[in-house]
Ligand binder design. Structure first.
Ligand SMILES: *Cc1c(COP(=O)(O)O)cnc(C)c1O
Length: 370
């Protein structure tokens, strides 16, 4: 069989440049704990996003856990079932009850109209996801949050580099988290970050990710260990130099997909949103089986037979996993749009090295259903 076409492919720094940087780390003998490259990467990312504060983490799940700790969130948190499972797990690991609300199919983010009905006296925060890097209804969510005095923590794992009317998407809400996992637009192999808007929160988060140590002898809170090491920080600095060209290559792939998919009945996909700088992190299509003439899973299977490895992000819904399905908010009747979308979606292969002939092969299967 011909080579498989994978859903993603990691952005890798030049190996020679990376190894020559490793020499600097070896010479310094400073390999973790806020070293020079850690500091440089925080500074470089602040510059890239045009934001004042960021704190690096060792993956994209720990900033979610830490965000809830930093804001002392308790009780109930309203969130989306249509995400990667880490979003809800971070709430559960904090001993907080997740409350699922439905999504808006136009951006796959949480629907602000559904939030209000889910609020109880125990609700303290909302945790939405900028799914596929598409901005949530930021204004609508903030309006409900302000009315009820709730914190907003965005899981922005998909939203590296996304801007809304010239402002980084990370400026919205109380806190935002990023993932720099190998599969994301920008990666440090494993890695992540927490973005905050003031220096005191930055200080508190930096303590929390280092066991709560404020000084050699003072521990101010039950912290965790989530420090990024120097090797991955320097890898990140090199990748940051080429991330814009990787995003541009992804944009070209999105343009080709849209050109080809436009005349296939029963296949829905997203156009760019006005005023938004997208990162093209994913290219989801939504299969309307009745119109298309084949179910999502059949198409998924046909693609697989041809070595095209799409992914059903996000299926199954988080609310259907055993940990969560007993919750009253997890009932499918409470989540009709999310349930429908989860049964329609396939994320097509999308990365910076996808060739024209790869795109043509993907389109062939979708067009010919074989
Ligand atoms: C990838 C991802 C995470 C977790 O990030 P890791 O770096 O893999 O821990 C969290 N939320 C969403 C929406 C993700 O896609």
């Amino acid at each position: 069989m011909a080579q498989e076409i994978t859903v993603t492919s990691p952005l890798l720094p030049d190996l020679e440049e990376f190894t020559s940087q490793l020499k600097n780390i070896w010479d310094s003998k400073w390999i973790t704990n806020n070293g020079q490259f850690h500091q440089q990467l925080e500074e470089a990312l602040c510059g890239y996003f045009k934001i004042p504060y960021i704190s690096l983490f060792t993956n994209g799940t720990l900033p979610l856990l830490t965000a809830l700790q930093a804001l002392r969130i308790s009780g109930e948190v309203i969130t989306t079932p249509y995400s990667f499972v880490a979003t809800t797990h971070s709430i559960w690991w904090n001993g907080i009850k997740p409350v699922f609300v439905d999504i808006d199919p136009s951006n796959c983010g949480i629907n602000p109209d559904c939030i209000e009905a889910a609020i109880t006296p125990r609700t303290t925060a909302i945790m939405p996801v900028h799914c596929y890097g598409k901005p949530c209804d930021i204004e609508g969510i903030q309006e409900v949050a302000d009315k009820y005095g709730l914190k907003v923590i965005y899981d922005a794992a998909h939203a590296f580099g996304v801007e809304v009317n010239g402002r980084s998407i990370l400026e919205f809400g109380d806190l935002s988290t990023l993932s720099f996992h190998a599969t994301k637009v920008f990666n440090t192999i494993e890695g992540g970050a927490l973005v905050m808007h003031d220096s005191s929160t930055k200080r508190r988060v930096d303590y929390l990710k280092n066991f709560g140590f404020e000084s050699e002898t003072e521990v101010i809170a039950p912290g965790i260990n989530s420090k990024m090491d120097e090797v991955r920080a320097v890898y990140g600095l090199l990748n940051l130099r080429q991330v814009d060209s990787a995003i541009e290559a992804r944009r070209q792939v999105a343009i080709k997909y849209r050109e080809e998919l436009g005349d296939i009945p029963g296949i829905r996909y997203f156009e760019d949103m006005p005023g938004v700088k997208h990162n093209y992190s994913y290219f989801p299509i939504f299969v309307d089986a009745a119109v298309y003439g084949m179910s999502r899973d059949e198409l998924y299977g046909k693609m697989k037979e041809k070595g095209i490895l799409g992914r059903r992000y996000f299926y199954p819904l988080i609310s259907s996993f055993s940990t969560y399905r007993g919750l009253p908010s997890a009932r499918p009747e409470n989540l009709p749009q999310a349930t429908k979308i989860a049964n329609e979606v396939i994320c097509l292969p999308m990365h910076h090295q996808l060739s024209d002939s790869d795109v043509a092969k993907v389109i062939d299967v979708i067009r010919n259903k074989e």
